[in-house]
Design a protein around this ligand. Structure first.
Ligand code: MIC
Ligand code: SF4
Length: 644
């Protein structure tokens, strides 16, 4: 039967379950990646599972998120990561080597293979024809140990591209258009497969910009074919042998077809505070800009940076604007230095950041109060930048560079200069000296820990009865940045009791104290939420820390994929209102009771919750496989796996 690309790759890796849309399947993961902010916990759990030595083709541990090193905590984490990698056969990418997704695309991504990463932007690998999926650290730990990765056999949407991008319009505008079409919610269980005659007009890094921000739509991943363009990119990376062709069969079926003519697109932005709040630049033109940040895993490739350098060459950053630039990888930096582009950027007045996530995760370069910041990154959630009232606009490098010069949101086509046409190099500078490759016989390496690195916490078995206080009631589109802030708090990722003090910090700073006190008094808690709960990152701390505070269930109108899986992994039940209108009837401080909670989950029947305040009873469902129900009952994946 004619197959699409997604079916081809998934079926070739299928180890458990039946490939029927909507059913759970278990696949083998060829590659894994972690980054430091999720990685320490992933490796601590890898150790807690009693695993040693990775069973994948390649597993890479990147240090890119937390390189600020205020205090000893980050540096201790890095040392732990380096030693645990050496001991277990994991490649270690040292701080300074670049952002995991960009570096992985350059040096390890392989068409036709599978990759799971403890970061939601792992789908960047789709640009090179990988099925690359973001997940919580515990799922990645299991995959490193040779265990399967479970997902829902997806619906596949074909995005049929035709035409060519106009000058000053780039890949970011394509994905912003996709966000306008699909929005940030309602796409759980979908994979986007790009195809059509327009594909050949996009380079691999451009494709990667597009698959990267599929994360913002909540799709499982996005993938491009592997064609001549892919072959050229791999050859320029000295990896020509890694190329295989990957294309859909003639007559392959799709659940939906979306047609997009690249030649009709124009420069766009995502306005505050959602990547789905897409507007044409022309609609918001003239808005005064205080800061521009160029970089992040979305737009930090050679072409992105060279384009900016060419636009700024011989000019000076507008006096009202502060410009920060972070390249995506050391390779990109080396290329820019060689080409003289760094000279242009520094001469124009750019502040050069290290090649890391930096501003994107909000651990530096926070804008001024109520400041407008134009960023080439992928998320503009409220407060993520570190400034609660900042107004962050997401845009292409071209739009960002135009704002650098004019001090306001500007359609770059109005700059009145020729569009800098940057070609992909025939050969990239290849220098793998910042990777530490594992050596044979290193299982005797001593793993070094610091005082901030604790044990991964475990949950208890799900109690027979649920009697949970509604500790907080929140609205729609609550992101993991709302639940578990990163930024300045990032350094506590390895110290759960400390990090848990900041759960819901930006929504209700009293939450953590109240929940912990209730737990200490023997109480259980529940979170009530609206639609699309848990958007954004893969950080499992957004489940682990609430678990530590005694949260037993989250009751929402709907959940996003990675967060819902993380809740299950930590023994928190993701309950969905059978009737969304019941949301209105619940108040914070109410107590919700179900006498046969564990029994109901065991039997797979709906949970009936009763409000102690009003006496009203309502039904909740959950979309969990038998395996997931067993995990929840066991009190999480660690307990479940150890007991097995
Ligand atoms: C993000 O962009 O939000 C992060 C920081 O990369 C997260 C991972 C994390 O919280 O460490 C992600 O996207 O998964
Ligand atoms: Fe890093 Fe930002 Fe990409 Fe997350 S989205 S991996 S913080 S650059």
């Amino acid at each position: 039967m004619a197959q699409n690309i997604v079916e081809k790759v998934l079926q070739a890796h299928l180890k458990e379950g039946e490939y029927v849309v909507g059913r759970e399947i278990g696949i083998r993961m060829d590659q894994t990646l972690t980054q430091d902010a999720t990685g320490t916990m992933a490796y601590l759990q890898f150790e807690a599972l009693g695993l040693s030595g990775v069973k994948t083709d390649i597993s890479v541990s990147y240090v890119d998120h937390n390189t600020v090193q205020v205090g000893f905590e980050n540096a201790d984490d890095h040392r732990y990561l380096q030693t645990v990698a050496a001991k277990n056969g994991i490649v270690y990418s040292r701080a300074g080597n670049g952002i995991c997704h960009q570096v992985h695309l350059e040096r390890f991504g392989k068409p036709g293979t599978t990759l799971v990463g403890s970061d939601s932007h792992t789908p960047t690998g789709g640009g090179i024809g990988q099925i690359a999926i973001g997940a919580g650290g515990l799922d990645v730990a299991v995959a490193m140990g040779g265990g399967l990765f479970y997902l829902t056999a997806p619906k596949v949407y074909l995005v049929k591209l035709k035409g060519k991008l106009q000058e000053w319009v780039s890949a970011k505008d394509v994905v912003l258009k996709m966000l306008e079409l699909l929005t940030t919610k309602g796409n759980v269980g979908v994979i986007l497969e790009y195809g059509g005659p327009g594909v050949k007009n996009l380079t691999v890094p451009e494709r990667a910009t597009i698959t990267n921000m599929g994360a913002e739509m909540g799709v499982t991943t996005s993938i491009f074919p592997s064609d001549k363009v892919t072959q050229k990119f791999l050859a320029a990376q000295g990896r020509g042998n890694d190329w295989v062709e990957l294309k859909a069969d003639a007559g392959a079926k799709y659940d939906r077809v979306i047609e997009l003519d690249l030649s009709t697109l124009e420069p766009m932005v995502a306005a505050p505070h959602s990547p789905g709040n897409v507007k044409k630049v022309s609609e918001v033109e003239g808005l005064k800009v205080n800061q521009v940040c160029i970089g992040s895993c979305t737009n930090s490739s050679y072409k992105d940076m060279m384009t900016v350098s060419e636009i700024l060459k011989g000019k000076t950053v507008n006096p009202e604007v502060s410009l920060g630039i972070a390249t995506g990888s050391r390779q990109v930096t080396q290329m820019l230095v060689k080409k003289g582009a760094f000279y242009n950027l520094v001469s124009a007045g750019a502040r050069i950041m290290e090649s890391a996530c930096g501003f994107c995760i909000g651990n530096s370069y926070s804008p001024n109060s109520a400041g407008v910041s134009v960023r080439t990154s992928n998320r503009n959630f409220e407060a993520r930048s570190g400034t609660k009232d900042a107004q962050v606009y997401l845009a292409s490098p071209e739009v960002a560079a135009a704002a650098v010069l004019t001090g306001k949101l500007t359609d770059p086509r109005k700059l009145g200069m020729p569009y800098p046409k940057v070609r992909e190099p025939k050969e990239f500078i290849i220098d793998d000296s910042m990777f530490i490759f594992p050596k044979a016989g290193s299982d005797s390496v001593e793993v070094m820990r610091g005082p901030n690195i604790g044990e991964p916490p475990k949950n208890t078995r799900t109690a027979p009865e649920l009697k949970a206080s509604v500790m907080i009631k929140v609205g729609d589109k609550i992101t993991t940045d709302h639940i578990m802030p990163a930024g300045a708090r990032l350094k506590y990722r390895s110290n759960v009791p400390k990090y848990a003090e900041f759960v819901f910090e930006v929504v209700d700073p009293s939450f953590s104290k109240r929940a912990l006190e209730h737990k200490k008094n023997g109480g259980q808690s529940i979170i009530v939420a609206g639609e699309s709960y848990g958007q954004g990152s893969s950080r499992e701390h957004a489940a682990m820390c609430p678990m530590y505070l005694g949260i037993k269930a989250v009751l929402a109108k709907s959940f996003e994929r990675i967060h819902s899986a993380n809740l299950v992994n930590f023994g928190i039940v993701p309950l969905v209102f059978s009737n969304a209108a019941d949301y209105e009837a619940i108040q914070q401080d109410d107590t919700l009771v179900c006498h046969d909670f564990a029994e109901a989950i065991k039997a797979g029947r709906p949970v009936l919750l009763k409000s102690e305040k009003t006496g009203r009873q309502f039904e909740c469902k959950y979309e969990l496989s038998q395996r997931q129900r067993d995990i929840v009952l066991a009190g999480g994946l660690l307990n479940y796996t150890i007991s097995k």
